[in-house]
Ligand binder design. Sequence first.
Ligand SMILES: NC(=O)C1=CN([C@@H]2O[C@H](COP(=O)(O)OP(=O)(O)OC[C@H]3O[C@@H](n4cnc5c(N)ncnc54)[C@H](OP(=O)(O)O)[C@@H]3O)[C@@H](O)[C@H]2O)C=CC1
Ligand SMILES: O=C(O)CCC(=O)C(=O)O
Length: 421
Amino acid sequence: MSRSIYGGAVFEMAKQQFEQVANHLQIPKMERDRLLYPKRAIAVSCPIHRDDGRTEVFQGYRVQHHLTLGPTKGGTRFAPSVDVGEVAALAVWMSWKCALAGLPYGGAKGGITVDPYTLSPRELEALSRRYMQEMIPFVGPHTDVMAPDMGTNEQVMAWFMDTYSMYQGQTINEIVTGKPVSAGGTLGRREATGRGVAYLVGRALDHLGVKAGDATAIVQGFGNVGSVTAYSLAERGVKITGVSDHTAAYYDPAGLDVAELQRHITKRGQLAGFSSQSTIEPSDLLLRKCDVLVPAAMEQVITDQNAPKLKCRILAEGANGPTTPEADAILDRRGSEIFVLPDILCNAGGVIVSYFEWVQDLQRLFWEEAEVFDRLYRILERSFQQVIARAKHDRISHRMAAMAIGVNVVQSAKRTRGLFP
Ligand SMILES: NC(=O)C1=CN([C@@H]2O[C@H](COP(=O)(O)OP(=O)(O)OC[C@H]3O[C@@H](n4cnc5c(N)ncnc54)[C@H](OP(=O)(O)O)[C@@H]3O)[C@@H](O)[C@H]2O)C=CC1
Ligand SMILES: O=C(O)CCC(=O)C(=O)O
Protein backbone atom coordinates (compact mmCIF):
# COMPACT_ATOMS: atom_id res chain seq x y z
CA MET A 1 0.00 0.00 0.00
CA SER A 2 1.46 3.38 -1.01
CA ARG A 3 0.45 5.27 2.14
CA SER A 4 -1.63 4.06 5.08
CA ILE A 5 -3.04 5.55 8.28
CA TYR A 6 -1.80 2.60 10.34
CA GLY A 7 1.35 3.43 12.26
CA GLY A 8 3.02 2.61 15.55
CA ALA A 9 5.00 -0.27 16.96
CA VAL A 10 2.07 -2.66 17.36
CA PHE A 11 0.88 -2.37 13.75
CA GLU A 12 4.50 -2.66 12.56
CA MET A 13 4.70 -5.91 14.52
CA ALA A 14 1.52 -7.33 12.93
CA LYS A 15 2.89 -6.30 9.53
CA GLN A 16 6.29 -7.89 10.14
CA GLN A 17 4.69 -11.16 11.27
CA PHE A 18 2.44 -11.13 8.21
CA GLU A 19 5.38 -10.54 5.85
CA GLN A 20 7.21 -13.51 7.39
CA VAL A 21 4.26 -15.82 6.97
CA ALA A 22 3.52 -14.47 3.47
CA ASN A 23 7.11 -15.24 2.49
CA HIS A 24 6.78 -18.73 3.92
CA LEU A 25 3.52 -19.31 2.02
CA GLN A 26 4.96 -17.65 -1.10
CA ILE A 27 1.93 -15.37 -1.36
CA PRO A 28 2.30 -13.24 -4.49
CA LYS A 29 3.15 -9.60 -3.73
CA MET A 30 -0.05 -8.32 -5.39
CA GLU A 31 -2.23 -10.28 -2.91
CA ARG A 32 -0.44 -9.13 0.22
CA ASP A 33 -1.86 -5.62 0.70
CA ARG A 34 -5.39 -6.95 0.22
CA LEU A 35 -4.79 -9.54 2.93
CA LEU A 36 -3.04 -7.29 5.42
CA TYR A 37 -4.69 -3.85 5.28
CA PRO A 38 -8.11 -3.45 6.91
CA LYS A 39 -11.27 -3.07 4.89
CA ARG A 40 -12.56 -0.20 7.04
CA ALA A 41 -11.42 2.03 9.88
CA ILE A 42 -13.89 4.22 11.70
CA ALA A 43 -12.86 7.07 14.00
CA VAL A 44 -15.48 8.76 16.16
CA SER A 45 -15.58 11.58 18.69
CA CYS A 46 -17.41 10.67 21.88
CA PRO A 47 -18.41 13.69 23.97
CA ILE A 48 -19.66 13.17 27.53
CA HIS A 49 -20.54 15.39 30.46
CA ARG A 50 -18.03 14.84 33.26
CA ASP A 51 -19.28 14.81 36.85
CA ASP A 52 -17.72 18.25 37.41
CA GLY A 53 -19.90 19.78 34.66
CA ARG A 54 -17.24 19.92 31.91
CA THR A 55 -17.83 18.40 28.48
CA GLU A 56 -14.96 16.17 27.39
CA VAL A 57 -14.48 14.51 24.01
CA PHE A 58 -12.84 11.07 23.81
CA GLN A 59 -11.52 9.51 20.62
CA GLY A 60 -12.95 6.12 19.66
CA TYR A 61 -12.06 3.68 16.88
CA ARG A 62 -13.29 0.51 15.24
CA VAL A 63 -11.26 -1.32 12.60
CA GLN A 64 -12.90 -4.06 10.51
CA HIS A 65 -10.18 -6.12 8.88
CA HIS A 66 -12.05 -8.27 6.34
CA LEU A 67 -15.64 -9.29 5.64
CA THR A 68 -14.82 -12.20 3.32
CA LEU A 69 -15.98 -15.01 5.62
CA GLY A 70 -18.88 -13.30 7.41
CA PRO A 71 -19.28 -10.45 9.88
CA THR A 72 -16.24 -9.07 11.65
CA LYS A 73 -15.70 -9.97 15.30
CA GLY A 74 -13.54 -8.66 18.09
CA GLY A 75 -13.26 -6.90 21.40
CA THR A 76 -13.44 -3.27 22.48
CA ARG A 77 -10.57 -1.86 24.53
CA PHE A 78 -10.70 1.12 26.87
CA ALA A 79 -7.08 2.09 27.53
CA PRO A 80 -4.80 5.14 27.28
CA SER A 81 -2.65 3.39 24.63
CA VAL A 82 -5.52 2.98 22.14
CA ASP A 83 -4.88 4.45 18.69
CA VAL A 84 -5.82 3.41 15.19
CA GLY A 85 -2.59 1.47 14.66
CA GLU A 86 -2.98 -0.59 17.84
CA VAL A 87 -6.61 -1.35 17.08
CA ALA A 88 -5.77 -2.28 13.46
CA ALA A 89 -3.06 -4.71 14.58
CA LEU A 90 -5.47 -6.33 17.03
CA ALA A 91 -8.09 -6.59 14.24
CA VAL A 92 -5.59 -8.29 11.92
CA TRP A 93 -4.69 -10.80 14.66
CA MET A 94 -8.42 -11.44 15.24
CA SER A 95 -8.72 -12.46 11.57
CA TRP A 96 -5.99 -15.09 11.78
CA LYS A 97 -7.38 -16.25 15.16
CA CYS A 98 -10.94 -16.72 13.89
CA ALA A 99 -9.71 -18.45 10.73
CA LEU A 100 -7.49 -20.85 12.70
CA ALA A 101 -10.47 -21.79 14.89
CA GLY A 102 -12.70 -22.23 11.83
CA LEU A 103 -15.14 -19.46 12.81
CA PRO A 104 -17.18 -17.72 10.07
CA TYR A 105 -15.80 -14.28 10.89
CA GLY A 106 -13.27 -11.69 9.85
CA GLY A 107 -11.38 -9.83 12.54
CA ALA A 108 -12.22 -6.48 14.11
CA LYS A 109 -11.20 -4.51 17.15
CA GLY A 110 -12.22 -1.20 18.62
CA GLY A 111 -11.53 1.03 21.52
CA ILE A 112 -11.48 4.39 23.19
CA THR A 113 -8.36 6.29 24.21
CA VAL A 114 -9.17 6.59 27.90
CA ASP A 115 -8.01 5.34 31.26
CA PRO A 116 -11.25 3.77 32.52
CA TYR A 117 -10.04 4.05 36.14
CA THR A 118 -10.33 7.84 35.88
CA LEU A 119 -14.07 7.67 35.11
CA SER A 120 -16.87 7.46 37.66
CA PRO A 121 -19.43 4.67 37.07
CA ARG A 122 -21.84 7.24 35.59
CA GLU A 123 -19.15 8.62 33.25
CA LEU A 124 -18.18 5.09 32.17
CA GLU A 125 -21.79 4.32 31.29
CA ALA A 126 -22.16 7.62 29.39
CA LEU A 127 -18.97 7.00 27.40
CA SER A 128 -19.87 3.37 26.61
CA ARG A 129 -23.33 4.37 25.39
CA ARG A 130 -22.00 7.29 23.31
CA TYR A 131 -19.37 5.07 21.68
CA MET A 132 -21.99 2.51 20.64
CA GLN A 133 -24.34 5.26 19.49
CA GLU A 134 -21.60 6.64 17.20
CA MET A 135 -20.93 3.11 15.88
CA ILE A 136 -24.56 2.26 15.05
CA PRO A 137 -24.22 3.01 11.30
CA PHE A 138 -21.17 0.73 11.03
CA VAL A 139 -22.02 -2.36 13.13
CA GLY A 140 -24.77 -4.98 13.15
CA PRO A 141 -25.32 -8.66 13.99
CA HIS A 142 -24.34 -9.55 10.40
CA THR A 143 -21.77 -6.78 9.90
CA ASP A 144 -19.62 -6.44 13.00
CA VAL A 145 -20.15 -7.92 16.47
CA MET A 146 -18.28 -6.40 19.43
CA ALA A 147 -17.09 -8.10 22.64
CA PRO A 148 -15.01 -7.23 25.74
CA ASP A 149 -11.25 -6.67 25.80
CA MET A 150 -8.89 -4.81 28.14
CA GLY A 151 -10.70 -2.25 30.28
CA THR A 152 -14.22 -3.38 29.33
CA ASN A 153 -16.45 -6.05 30.83
CA GLU A 154 -19.92 -7.64 30.83
CA GLN A 155 -21.54 -4.45 32.12
CA VAL A 156 -20.10 -2.38 29.26
CA MET A 157 -21.40 -5.01 26.79
CA ALA A 158 -24.87 -4.75 28.38
CA TRP A 159 -24.82 -0.94 27.85
CA PHE A 160 -23.71 -1.45 24.22
CA MET A 161 -26.53 -3.93 23.62
CA ASP A 162 -29.10 -1.70 25.30
CA THR A 163 -28.03 1.42 23.34
CA TYR A 164 -28.18 -0.42 20.00
CA SER A 165 -31.52 -2.06 20.91
CA MET A 166 -33.14 1.23 21.94
CA TYR A 167 -32.21 2.65 18.53
CA GLN A 168 -33.72 -0.37 16.74
CA GLY A 169 -36.88 -0.36 18.87
CA GLN A 170 -36.43 -3.99 19.83
CA THR A 171 -33.97 -6.13 21.78
CA ILE A 172 -31.07 -7.25 19.56
CA ASN A 173 -28.99 -9.46 21.87
CA GLU A 174 -26.78 -10.67 19.04
CA ILE A 175 -25.21 -7.24 18.44
CA VAL A 176 -22.50 -7.91 21.05
CA THR A 177 -21.12 -10.93 22.90
CA GLY A 178 -19.62 -11.23 26.36
CA LYS A 179 -22.88 -9.90 27.83
CA PRO A 180 -24.18 -10.90 31.25
CA VAL A 181 -26.31 -14.06 31.09
CA SER A 182 -29.26 -11.96 32.27
CA ALA A 183 -28.93 -9.83 29.10
CA GLY A 184 -28.77 -12.75 26.65
CA GLY A 185 -25.17 -13.79 27.25
CA THR A 186 -23.99 -17.37 27.22
CA LEU A 187 -22.90 -19.43 30.19
CA GLY A 188 -19.12 -19.67 30.22
CA ARG A 189 -18.08 -16.58 28.20
CA ARG A 190 -16.56 -14.76 31.19
CA GLU A 191 -14.32 -17.74 31.98
CA ALA A 192 -13.80 -18.88 28.37
CA THR A 193 -10.47 -17.22 27.53
CA GLY A 194 -8.76 -18.23 30.79
CA ARG A 195 -10.17 -21.75 30.79
CA GLY A 196 -9.07 -22.11 27.18
CA VAL A 197 -5.55 -21.02 28.10
CA ALA A 198 -5.49 -23.56 30.97
CA TYR A 199 -6.75 -26.34 28.66
CA LEU A 200 -3.97 -25.66 26.14
CA VAL A 201 -1.34 -25.41 28.88
CA GLY A 202 -2.56 -28.85 30.00
CA ARG A 203 -2.05 -30.17 26.46
CA ALA A 204 1.43 -28.61 26.25
CA LEU A 205 2.38 -30.15 29.60
CA ASP A 206 1.18 -33.57 28.30
CA HIS A 207 3.26 -33.02 25.19
CA LEU A 208 6.36 -32.35 27.29
CA GLY A 209 5.62 -35.22 29.67
CA VAL A 210 5.24 -32.93 32.72
CA LYS A 211 2.48 -33.69 35.26
CA ALA A 212 0.26 -30.69 36.11
CA GLY A 213 0.72 -31.47 39.81
CA ASP A 214 4.50 -31.02 39.44
CA ALA A 215 4.27 -27.77 37.48
CA THR A 216 4.52 -24.12 38.51
CA ALA A 217 3.13 -21.06 36.72
CA ILE A 218 3.58 -17.28 36.70
CA VAL A 219 0.78 -15.08 35.38
CA GLN A 220 1.25 -11.44 34.36
CA GLY A 221 -2.05 -9.51 34.51
CA PHE A 222 -4.88 -10.40 36.87
CA GLY A 223 -7.91 -9.18 34.94
CA ASN A 224 -10.39 -11.34 33.09
CA VAL A 225 -7.83 -13.50 31.28
CA GLY A 226 -5.09 -13.61 33.92
CA SER A 227 -7.25 -14.30 36.96
CA VAL A 228 -9.32 -17.06 35.33
CA THR A 229 -6.17 -18.64 33.86
CA ALA A 230 -4.53 -18.66 37.32
CA TYR A 231 -7.66 -20.11 38.90
CA SER A 232 -8.12 -22.77 36.22
CA LEU A 233 -4.46 -23.79 36.30
CA ALA A 234 -4.64 -24.07 40.10
CA GLU A 235 -7.76 -26.25 39.69
CA ARG A 236 -5.70 -28.53 37.44
CA GLY A 237 -3.08 -28.86 40.20
CA VAL A 238 -0.52 -26.34 38.88
CA LYS A 239 1.13 -24.28 41.61
CA ILE A 240 0.82 -20.52 40.96
CA THR A 241 4.08 -18.96 42.12
CA GLY A 242 3.79 -15.46 40.66
CA VAL A 243 1.13 -12.92 39.67
CA SER A 244 0.98 -9.23 38.86
CA ASP A 245 -1.24 -6.36 37.79
CA HIS A 246 -0.16 -2.79 37.12
CA THR A 247 -0.06 -2.00 40.85
CA ALA A 248 2.04 -4.90 42.19
CA ALA A 249 3.91 -8.14 41.45
CA TYR A 250 4.14 -11.08 43.85
CA TYR A 251 6.33 -14.16 43.75
CA ASP A 252 6.34 -17.02 46.24
CA PRO A 253 8.02 -20.35 45.34
CA ALA A 254 5.78 -22.04 47.94
CA GLY A 255 2.71 -21.00 45.95
CA LEU A 256 0.13 -18.19 46.15
CA ASP A 257 -3.50 -18.74 47.14
CA VAL A 258 -5.46 -17.76 44.02
CA ALA A 259 -8.83 -17.65 45.80
CA GLU A 260 -7.33 -15.25 48.37
CA LEU A 261 -5.89 -13.09 45.58
CA GLN A 262 -9.32 -12.99 43.93
CA ARG A 263 -10.98 -12.00 47.22
CA HIS A 264 -8.41 -9.24 47.67
CA ILE A 265 -9.08 -7.89 44.15
CA THR A 266 -12.84 -7.97 44.68
CA LYS A 267 -12.41 -5.95 47.87
CA ARG A 268 -9.65 -3.52 46.83
CA GLY A 269 -9.86 -3.48 43.03
CA GLN A 270 -6.10 -4.05 42.71
CA LEU A 271 -3.38 -6.49 43.78
CA ALA A 272 -1.39 -3.85 45.72
CA GLY A 273 -1.64 -4.45 49.45
CA PHE A 274 -2.05 -8.23 49.18
CA SER A 275 1.26 -9.12 50.82
CA SER A 276 4.42 -7.34 51.84
CA GLN A 277 6.60 -10.47 51.98
CA SER A 278 6.39 -11.74 48.41
CA THR A 279 6.56 -8.39 46.58
CA ILE A 280 9.07 -8.28 43.71
CA GLU A 281 10.01 -5.95 40.86
CA PRO A 282 7.40 -6.42 38.08
CA SER A 283 10.13 -6.77 35.41
CA ASP A 284 11.73 -9.59 37.47
CA LEU A 285 8.54 -11.62 37.54
CA LEU A 286 8.85 -12.73 33.92
CA LEU A 287 12.42 -13.92 34.52
CA ARG A 288 11.71 -16.21 37.49
CA LYS A 289 12.02 -19.95 36.98
CA CYS A 290 8.68 -21.65 36.30
CA ASP A 291 7.19 -24.28 34.05
CA VAL A 292 4.52 -22.04 32.57
CA LEU A 293 4.77 -18.30 31.93
CA VAL A 294 1.48 -16.61 31.02
CA PRO A 295 1.66 -13.00 29.84
CA ALA A 296 -2.02 -11.96 30.18
CA ALA A 297 -1.87 -8.17 30.22
CA MET A 298 -0.68 -6.33 27.12
CA GLU A 299 1.47 -6.31 23.98
CA GLN A 300 5.25 -6.41 23.61
CA VAL A 301 6.32 -7.54 27.08
CA ILE A 302 8.58 -10.35 25.83
CA THR A 303 11.35 -8.49 24.03
CA ASP A 304 14.88 -9.07 22.77
CA GLN A 305 16.04 -7.93 26.24
CA ASN A 306 14.25 -10.57 28.32
CA ALA A 307 13.71 -13.40 25.79
CA PRO A 308 17.25 -14.81 26.23
CA LYS A 309 16.69 -14.90 30.03
CA LEU A 310 13.25 -16.56 30.23
CA LYS A 311 13.37 -19.64 32.46
CA CYS A 312 10.03 -21.21 31.57
CA ARG A 313 9.26 -24.43 29.68
CA ILE A 314 5.98 -23.15 28.21
CA LEU A 315 5.14 -19.62 27.10
CA ALA A 316 1.33 -19.44 27.04
CA GLU A 317 0.25 -16.18 25.41
CA GLY A 318 -3.00 -15.16 27.10
CA ALA A 319 -2.52 -11.56 25.91
CA ASN A 320 -2.58 -10.50 22.29
CA GLY A 321 0.82 -9.76 20.80
CA PRO A 322 2.93 -10.13 23.97
CA THR A 323 6.05 -11.26 22.07
CA THR A 324 7.93 -8.97 19.66
CA PRO A 325 9.31 -10.40 16.39
CA GLU A 326 12.85 -9.82 17.73
CA ALA A 327 12.02 -11.90 20.80
CA ASP A 328 10.46 -14.53 18.54
CA ALA A 329 13.73 -14.85 16.64
CA ILE A 330 15.49 -15.48 19.97
CA LEU A 331 12.90 -18.04 21.06
CA ASP A 332 13.30 -19.76 17.67
CA ARG A 333 17.05 -19.99 18.26
CA ARG A 334 16.39 -21.48 21.71
CA GLY A 335 14.53 -24.24 19.81
CA SER A 336 12.72 -26.84 21.89
CA GLU A 337 13.79 -25.17 25.19
CA ILE A 338 10.51 -23.17 25.25
CA PHE A 339 7.20 -24.51 23.94
CA VAL A 340 5.26 -21.47 22.67
CA LEU A 341 1.47 -21.44 22.66
CA PRO A 342 0.99 -18.46 20.32
CA ASP A 343 -1.69 -15.88 21.12
CA ILE A 344 -4.00 -16.66 18.20
CA LEU A 345 -4.21 -20.25 19.44
CA CYS A 346 -3.77 -19.76 23.17
CA ASN A 347 -6.39 -17.07 23.87
CA ALA A 348 -8.91 -18.17 21.21
CA GLY A 349 -11.29 -19.53 23.86
CA GLY A 350 -12.85 -16.08 24.25
CA VAL A 351 -13.86 -15.56 20.65
CA ILE A 352 -14.89 -19.20 20.24
CA VAL A 353 -17.39 -18.91 23.09
CA SER A 354 -18.42 -15.49 21.74
CA TYR A 355 -19.29 -17.31 18.52
CA PHE A 356 -21.39 -19.76 20.56
CA GLU A 357 -23.12 -16.79 22.24
CA TRP A 358 -23.94 -15.19 18.86
CA VAL A 359 -25.29 -18.51 17.52
CA GLN A 360 -27.44 -19.00 20.64
CA ASP A 361 -28.76 -15.42 20.46
CA LEU A 362 -29.63 -15.79 16.77
CA GLN A 363 -31.44 -19.07 17.46
CA ARG A 364 -32.99 -17.99 20.77
CA LEU A 365 -31.91 -21.40 22.05
CA PHE A 366 -29.52 -21.54 24.99
CA TRP A 367 -27.07 -24.28 25.94
CA GLU A 368 -25.99 -25.89 29.20
CA GLU A 369 -22.55 -24.78 30.43
CA ALA A 370 -21.18 -28.31 29.93
CA GLU A 371 -22.09 -28.13 26.23
CA VAL A 372 -20.31 -24.78 25.88
CA PHE A 373 -17.04 -26.11 27.34
CA ASP A 374 -17.27 -29.46 25.59
CA ARG A 375 -17.55 -27.71 22.21
CA LEU A 376 -14.85 -25.18 23.18
CA TYR A 377 -12.31 -27.85 24.12
CA ARG A 378 -13.03 -29.80 20.92
CA ILE A 379 -12.21 -26.76 18.78
CA LEU A 380 -9.11 -25.92 20.82
CA GLU A 381 -7.92 -29.53 20.60
CA ARG A 382 -8.31 -29.54 16.81
CA SER A 383 -6.44 -26.22 16.49
CA PHE A 384 -3.67 -27.43 18.85
CA GLN A 385 -3.17 -30.61 16.80
CA GLN A 386 -3.19 -28.66 13.53
CA VAL A 387 -0.59 -26.17 14.76
CA ILE A 388 1.75 -28.87 16.10
CA ALA A 389 1.45 -30.89 12.88
CA ARG A 390 1.99 -27.88 10.61
CA ALA A 391 5.01 -26.67 12.61
CA LYS A 392 6.58 -30.12 12.38
CA HIS A 393 5.79 -30.56 8.69
CA ASP A 394 7.02 -27.11 7.59
CA ARG A 395 9.83 -26.93 10.20
CA ILE A 396 8.55 -23.57 11.46
CA SER A 397 7.67 -22.11 14.84
CA HIS A 398 4.25 -22.64 16.41
CA ARG A 399 3.45 -18.96 15.77
CA MET A 400 4.30 -19.20 12.09
CA ALA A 401 2.32 -22.45 11.84
CA ALA A 402 -0.77 -20.96 13.53
CA MET A 403 -0.59 -17.87 11.32
CA ALA A 404 0.03 -19.91 8.18
CA ILE A 405 -3.16 -21.88 8.81
CA GLY A 406 -5.17 -18.71 9.50
CA VAL A 407 -3.78 -16.71 6.57
CA ASN A 408 -4.31 -19.68 4.21
CA VAL A 409 -8.00 -19.83 5.14
CA VAL A 410 -8.54 -16.11 4.45
CA GLN A 411 -6.44 -16.18 1.28
CA SER A 412 -8.29 -19.12 -0.21
CA ALA A 413 -11.70 -17.58 0.63
CA LYS A 414 -10.65 -14.36 -1.09
CA ARG A 415 -9.33 -16.25 -4.10
CA THR A 416 -12.51 -18.33 -4.38
CA ARG A 417 -14.76 -15.28 -4.19
CA GLY A 418 -12.54 -13.37 -6.62
CA LEU A 419 -9.64 -11.59 -5.02
CA PHE A 420 -11.00 -8.07 -5.40
CA PRO A 421 -14.77 -8.26 -4.78
N1 LIG B 1 -11.11 -10.57 27.57
C1 LIG B 1 -10.98 -11.51 26.64
O1 LIG B 1 -11.86 -12.36 26.45
C2 LIG B 1 -9.73 -11.60 25.83
C3 LIG B 1 -8.63 -10.82 26.09
N2 LIG B 1 -7.47 -11.02 25.39
C4 LIG B 1 -6.26 -10.26 25.67
O2 LIG B 1 -5.83 -10.55 26.99
C5 LIG B 1 -5.15 -9.41 27.55
C6 LIG B 1 -5.81 -9.02 28.86
O3 LIG B 1 -7.18 -8.73 28.60
P1 LIG B 1 -8.28 -8.77 29.75
O4 LIG B 1 -7.91 -9.74 30.79
O5 LIG B 1 -9.59 -8.86 29.07
O6 LIG B 1 -8.15 -7.29 30.31
P2 LIG B 1 -8.51 -6.75 31.78
O7 LIG B 1 -8.68 -5.30 31.60
O8 LIG B 1 -9.59 -7.55 32.39
O9 LIG B 1 -7.18 -7.05 32.59
C7 LIG B 1 -5.93 -6.56 32.21
C8 LIG B 1 -4.96 -6.92 33.31
O10 LIG B 1 -3.66 -6.54 32.92
C9 LIG B 1 -3.09 -5.78 33.97
N3 LIG B 1 -2.05 -4.87 33.54
C10 LIG B 1 -2.16 -3.72 32.84
N4 LIG B 1 -0.96 -3.15 32.71
C11 LIG B 1 -0.09 -3.97 33.34
C12 LIG B 1 1.30 -3.92 33.56
N5 LIG B 1 2.04 -2.91 33.12
N6 LIG B 1 1.87 -4.95 34.25
C13 LIG B 1 1.13 -5.96 34.74
N7 LIG B 1 -0.17 -6.04 34.56
C14 LIG B 1 -0.78 -5.07 33.86
C15 LIG B 1 -4.27 -5.04 34.53
O11 LIG B 1 -3.93 -4.51 35.81
P3 LIG B 1 -4.76 -3.30 36.43
O12 LIG B 1 -6.15 -3.83 36.63
O13 LIG B 1 -4.03 -3.04 37.68
O14 LIG B 1 -4.71 -2.20 35.40
C16 LIG B 1 -5.26 -6.18 34.61
O15 LIG B 1 -4.98 -7.01 35.71
C17 LIG B 1 -5.20 -8.33 26.46
O16 LIG B 1 -4.05 -8.46 25.66
C18 LIG B 1 -6.42 -8.73 25.64
O17 LIG B 1 -6.37 -8.22 24.33
C19 LIG B 1 -7.37 -12.00 24.44
C20 LIG B 1 -8.45 -12.78 24.14
C21 LIG B 1 -9.73 -12.59 24.75
O1 LIG C 1 -14.92 -12.47 22.00
C1 LIG C 1 -14.65 -11.83 21.01
O2 LIG C 1 -15.42 -11.63 20.08
C2 LIG C 1 -13.28 -11.20 20.84
C3 LIG C 1 -12.32 -11.45 21.95
C4 LIG C 1 -11.07 -10.68 21.66
O3 LIG C 1 -11.12 -9.46 21.58
C5 LIG C 1 -9.82 -11.37 21.40
O4 LIG C 1 -9.83 -12.58 21.19
O5 LIG C 1 -8.78 -10.70 21.38
